[in-house]
Design a protein around this ligand. Structure first.
Ligand SMILES: Nc1ncnc2c1ncn2[C@@H]1O[C@H](COP(=O)(O)OP(=O)(O)OP(=O)(O)O)[C@@H](O)[C@H]1O
Length: 465
């Protein structure tokens, strides 16, 4: 078909797409949408034409706008990538939300001047539903697991299950200590599901992922106009978790100014939204977690002692995998069954050599790293048993560059952790997500450590070349 003829059919092409599509002006007004957008959101094209795209209340946009200060959309900031992709939630006409994958791209005229942007939306509701189903089925498979899919039969884990059971039934604050990847988030969720507040809400927040202003607003909410980007009143997690449990992950990373406010809520059960003086009552049980040494932070005056005593009523210590090697075969079998279910691959287990490798590896990234190693093996394996040549390279190197610096982690000096991170970043060409996988920590932890140790990505990567 000649190009001119294709051009005539663009409208039909766009309306045939299963993705929702919208074109916005540089001022954020919706100029045009396609048919799938109408179906996904419930808005007819003529209802949204000319209206601000903020009517979709995309939380990824709101976060970016809040972080920006004065600009309204990060996409149009000079120096930003031309194309962005993120997972977000979109508000429908009926006020409900759906999860979506959003691609956004800047549109320019011949001179390169920005004219607006095009965004596509993929509805992830069905994928999320299937993920939840797999999660439920996986849990049913976990006959040997303790609570909420937490796998472990070793003595240290039996002790942990016993504390979880008691802690769940109390209303006292709980703090979960453990290295990255030991299952702190899983334990927090299990406490909620087995506790007195299980029918109430469960909210969680990673305190390290947000800057000070955003963290305050996420915790306590804000009123419209209290800062640039506060387009509407918004409830914080304390309000949303009323009657339930609030899990604050990476509590050691919160700034001192927020620590004071947190202490006040714990003492008075009252807080105020940002930009408002009206106290709001809240009935929330706090569960916190950290992989940092809070006593050290107290010595360094970076964590308040009074807050430490408030949150540290029931401590739960999750042992690293290297201190519960008995659990390794059980963990491996569980994850293999789950992966087989998810991928439909008929993989039954590890060869003796591969199991030896699992038993001898120090697992610096704990269970998360083990899951990643098995996911890797599942993608490369071509027979029923996983052998050593299907394992990720860092498990095979003797000693691996990452494992070598990670092994003395018990004594964990800042230097070794810094070097471990630099090694991982260099090995992955500076890709923070891949480095996180390699270390078995999450991306926020990598980002935090880079900040903590002042690691300049460009310099470190360049110096390795
Ligand atoms: N005992 C366990 N049984 C089953 N799965 C586990 C266990 N421990 C951890 N996991 C899995 O490992 C991954 C990491 O767990 P989780 O996020 O709870 O760790 P974490 O200690 O909170 O890590 P971080 O401090 O890096 O946030 C998750 O996918 C979790 O489901």
């Amino acid at each position: 078909m000649p190009f001119a003829a294709i051009n005539r059919h663009w409208e039909r092409v766009i309306n045939t797409m299963s993705e929702g599509m919208l074109i916005i002006s540089q001022q954020g007004r919706i100029l045009s949408v396609n048919r799938s957008f109408e179906e996904m959101t419930g808005y007819a094209a003529k209802e949204v034409a000319g209206r601000p795209c903020t009517l979709l209340a995309c939380e990824a946009c709101e976060m970016a706008i809040n972080n920006l200060g004065d600009g309204w959309c990060k996409l149009f900031e000079p120096g930003q990538p031309e194309m962005r992709r993120c997972r977000c939630t979109i508000k429908k006409k009926d006020g409900t939300f759906f999860p979506a994958l959003k691609n956004a791209s800047v549109l320019r005229d011949e001179e390169g001047t920005v004219m607006g942007a095009v965004e596509t939306l993929t509805d992830l509701s069905e994928i999320d539903r299937l993920d939840r189903k797999v999660e439920v089925l996986s849990r049913q498979l976990d006959e040997n697991s303790g609570f909420g899919g937490i796998v472990g039969g070793s003595d240290p884990m039996k002790a942990v299950f016993a504390i979880i059971e008691k802690a769940a039934l109390s209303d006292a604050p709980i703090i979960i200590f453990g290295e990255s990847g030991t299952g702190k988030e899983l334990v927090a969720k299990a406490i909620h599901e087995h506790g007195k507040r299980k029918d109430g809400p469960y909210m969680q927040l990673n305190c390290a992922a947000l800057n000070e202003a955003l963290l305050e607003s996420e915790l306590f909410g804000h009123v419209k106009g209290s800062f640039t980007g506060a387009f509407r009143d918004r409830a914080g997690r304390f309000e949303a978790a009323d009657g339930g449990d609030l899990f604050l992950d990476e509590i050691g990373d919160i700034p001192l100014s927020i620590q004071i406010k947190l202490l006040r809520v714990l003492e008075t059960r009252q807080f105020e939204r940002v930009g408002e003086n009206r106290p709001i009552e809240t009935d929330v049980r706090i569960i916190t977690a950290t992989n940092r040494n809070l006593l050290e932070l107290i010595d360094q005056k970076r964590f308040r002692e009074d807050l430490y005593f408030r949150i540290n009523v029931i401590p739960i210590h999750l042992p690293p995998v290297r201190q519960r090697k008995d659990d390794i075969p059980l963990l491996v079998n569980t994850f293999i069954s789950r992966l087989a279910l998810r991928t439909g691959k008929n993989i039954r287990g590890l060869t003796r050599e591969a199991l030896n490798c699992f038993m001898n590896y120090p697992w610096p990234g704990n269970v998360r790293e083990m899951k990643s190693a098995l996911e890797y093996a599942f993608t490369v394996v071509d027979r029923e048993a996983i052998d050593i040549d299907h394992l990720p390279p860092q498990m095979l190197a003797q000693p691996s560059p990452v494992a070598a610096v990670a092994t003395p982690r018990l004594a964990d000096t800042g230097n070794s952790q810094r070097q471990e991170l630099i090694n991982a970043l260099q090995a992955t060409g500076g890709n923070q997500s891949q480095a996180a996988r390699l270390l078995g920590v999450n991306r926020v932890t990598v980002w935090n450590r880079m900040r903590k140790y002042g690691i300049d990505l460009k310099r470190e990567i360049r110096s390795s070349k």
